[in-house]
Design a protein around this ligand. Sequence first.
Ligand code: ADP
Ligand code: ZN
Ligand code: ZN
Length: 756
Amino acid sequence: MSLFPDIVAPQAIAAVLPFDGGGHVYSYLVPPTLTGKIQRGQLVRVPLGNSTRLGIVWGMATQAPAEISPHKLKAILQLCQETPVLSPDLPELISWMAGYYAAPLNAVLEAVLPGAVRQGVRLVVRKKLLLTRKLDEADLRKLRRRAPKQAALYDFLAIQMTAVDRAATLKGLSVGATACDALIAAGIVAEESEQVSRDAYEDDLGESEFVAAEAPVLNPGQQTALDAVLADLATGKFRAHLLHGVTGSGKTEVYIGAIRSVLEHGGSAIFLVPEVALTPQTVGRLRARLADTGTRVVVWHSHLSAGERFDAWMAMARKEARLVVGARSAVFAPLPDLRLIVVDEEHEPSYKQSETPLYHGRDVAVYRTRLNNAVALLGSATPSLESLANTRSGKYGLSRLLTRIDDRAMPALRIVDMRRELLHMRGQTVLSRPLVDGLRVRLERGEQSILFLNRRGFSRMMICPDCGFVAGCPHCSIALTYHRTDQTLRCHACAHVEAAPASCPQCHSPKIRGRGTGTQKLEDVLRELLPDARMMRLDADTMGRKNLFRQVLADFRRGKLDILLGTQMLAKGLDFPNVTLVGIVDADLSLHIPDFRAAERTFQLLVQVAGRAGRGDRAGEVFVQTFTPEATPIQCARRSDFDGFLQDELEQRQTHGYPPARHLIRHLFRGRNEDKVRFFAEGWVRFLEEHAPGLVEVRGPAKCPLERLQDNYRWNAWYFTDRVTSAVARIQELRAGFVFDPGVVDTLDVDAVEVG
Ligand code: ADP
Ligand code: ZN
Ligand code: ZN
């Protein structure tokens, strides 16, 4: 990569960013022993203050900074390993993120570089030797004469009671590896390796038994889309490309074709998915279909141990593995020669990180491909308005796949008006007659159904009909959720748990009970209505148990279950050919949240969820229960009218100046004393408007919809701007000159997704 001078001349000076060094880059001399060996991205040990630190070579310089005379510079103490732990583009990416997302440089570095790599963890597989067969006198004499080194090792092992460390023993006895291996080959000595970590490339995510390794012949739409991406790749320049393909249109085949081309040309690629555990089929498919390229596929997921993380990271850095599949943070894979980043389901809010640095995985992917003159391929059945706007302005290319593979029918969407249905429902108010009838038909035909309800737990809240008491979280301003299985009340915003009361804490009425419907309650209602159905519930409560989750999905796929019920997480990418009914129990839940993206989220949810139906040979049917059937996103989803929804929603956003019309920055202020939080939020906004009038359009400050979270009161201000980079930089400057009370913490969230 010619952008970066990798290797430097003798007497060079290196800029190093030490960990925990306050986020400053310092200059160090490259000592003669390391001349010519220091490269950008390497892990080194340097002196800092009175101690030493590990850090990253950030760049090279030929001259020391003017204010320091070169002979005062300290030298790098140690090069921890030759292979750079960051590919050459990453320091620049990290610096950009620190600026764009208004985050400290070391916070970004920490998000990029796994702890195991930062600490230089290296797991060596320790090999041990053990004598397994005694030689008789004659053989031993022969061995002594013929191969004295082997005999020396034999003699040593013969007096050991246990296995000994191979490396230490050979070194101590001055015996070579060949002699040792000869004894092993003769069956006299056994070698055991102490397996410190399991192989990070192999895991049980592949579900390979369901994977067809054969490549289908692309249909004309797929071929056109793939050709467009290949043409982008061939330019050797930065290109971003949106693949808008309805559910089941075969987007994954286009991704695979592009990745294959990159691998065959010696490049490397990143494949981002919203959540690895939910995409086992995709992982299996990639592995099976790309096996012939000889590339190892790293699956980067949250369950890797420190050792596995280290091994996988270094394998990528050394180009031993050239494809990584993972969620958000896989965008930082240290792959040299990065040619392509695929972002599947690019509209997913889970790509946005929820702690500092508050980066968006998709946007970082696009910037990183820009740095590498590479291609970003964003795919979705329901692209974000941001990405669509970028195709309209010509910044991104666009390919569309508007029909399903083999022209399978798009599932028919049936809108169930719950205002009318409620009049006819008996004994329960959860499932309408058409939905129940639909489920019965599926059971008779031996087909499968999925029901979605975006609320876990049993009921939404516990309420006393006598005095109106609602059980709330003592730390947050929301109602607690009743979980019947363990008789608890839980806060879904913080981790608070308490026992569910048997009588009202306020008026002691025994009538206190749960109201509203959660996934647990839905399960009860279903079991009553359809006692013969085999069903399982999947939500964040069961999700915590990793194996259970996989087991349930595997059982469902094998036809051991008739009905799967769960939260929205089930909408992501799952592909079950035998599912012919999908029910959305309460479509209004996402429509009435205080978020300017509420309509977009509802539309996406309906289209994605509907996409889970009818993926096999039989057509699917989707039931949407709602009290507001006339709402635009519901109507547009019913007609699969993507462009209609887009037009309407873009106009709304334009009118109100929301993204994608402009960038949106959220400034969050929080603290335990509400008066202080409010005082400083208001004071800051006045200060900002006074010192930088017109820099941004300010709305607020005001209380957040979630006023209190984990005992902190929360206020926020919104900044709207066309020029986000310069606005953030100026706000940061001003922010440094404004003194907040230590009890008030403020955070800038650039391109905020979370608005609660
Ligand atoms: P999407 O990601 O757009 O929802 P997928 O890529 O998962 O769709 O494809 C849906 C199904 O169609 C998969 O089972 C896939 O194996 C199959 N498929 C994809 N392309 C073709 C093709 N050209 N011919 C036959 N089957 C295909
Ligand atoms: Zn009461
Ligand atoms: Zn709480």
